[in-house]
Write a protein that binds this ligand. Structure first.
Ligand SMILES: [Fe+2]
Ligand SMILES: [Fe+2]
Length: 163
């Protein structure tokens, strides 16, 4: 088996997980932006807590697989200038988990006022942006390290988007 044949399945697996996580994140975002009033509120709160717990579980597993799977290290071995990206990404894993834990802790408080629920939704939206940016950098690293030379700059990996 060539080196590429070994690495590509790892990258494909990670990218599939990114798509699944993105679906969960978008579903929760939709939930928060369509909050019901009155008697349906209890159901909404339960659904939100359940979905957040599910996302937290998958996220922790995903990060562990990324850290133990070796694809980040493999990308750096192939393209050494990606090393600063990997250090940044690995540092962000516990930060992202802490961020979703804060959202979960707030969502656990009962009963939440409309203002509190709005705040939780805003906090989740910020977490979602940070997570999607993190995953976007990883997807680019997979491309850069294993497929194409995108000229990715690690001190400002999203510079090509102007973001
Ligand atoms: Fe990651
Ligand atoms: Fe990831």
């Amino acid at each position: 088996m060539s080196e590429d044949q070994h690495v590509q399945p790892i990258g494909g697996h990670i990218q599939r997980q990114h798509q699944e996580l993105q679906k969960l994140v978008r579903a929760i975002g939709h939930l928060f932006s369509h909050q019901p009033e009155g008697t349906s509120l209890g159901n909404f709160a339960n659904e939100a807590r359940h979905a957040l717990a599910e996302l937290r579980h998958h996220l922790a597993e995903h990060f562990t697989q990324e850290e133990d799977g070796g694809y980040l290290e493999e990308a750096v071995a192939r393209v050494p200038r990606l090393g600063t990206c990997v250090a940044m990404l690995e540092k962000q894993h516990p930060e992202l988990l802490a961020e979703i834990d804060r959202v979960i802790a707030c969502a656990a408080v009962q009963p939440a006022t409309a203002e509190q629920r709005q705040q939780i939704g805003a906090d989740f939206a910020r977490f979602a942006r940070n997570l999607l940016r993190h995953e976007d950098i990883e997807n680019r690293m997979l491309q850069e390290g294993f497929n194409d030379d995108l000229g990715m700059e690690c001190d400002n990996p999203l510079a090509k988007d102007g973001t």
